[in-house]
Design a protein. Structure first.
Length: 87
């Protein structure tokens, strides 16, 4: 499998932020985000975790036994900044 360039990874992150901006303040499951950006769940999860480390998104975890479901939303500060850029 070929490696994705850093430039394309950044564009995919921008697409994730756009998806979360459009559904704000709702939370979206990792699977839902990956479906909307047409990417693999694990790849999307890694990018979402990276965005969380950058304090751009927040996570809500639901744990039922061994299963952990993650929901994601934009951080409120990131939402406000994104809103300024879009306007």
């Amino acid at each position: 499998m070929s490696k994705i360039s850093n430039e394309k990874v950044e564009k995919i992150k921008e697409e994730i932020l756009r998806v979360l901006y459009e559904c704000y303040p709702e939370f979206k499951y990792t699977h839902d985000v990956s479906d909307l950006i047409l990417r693999d769940d694990e790849f999307t999860l890694n990018l979402l975790k990276n965005l969380e480390n950058l304090k751009l998104v927040k996570i809500l975890e639901e744990s039922k036994g061994a299963n952990i479901k993650r929901k994601w939303s934009l951080n409120q500060i990131a939402y406000e900044k994104y809103k300024e850029l879009v306007s």
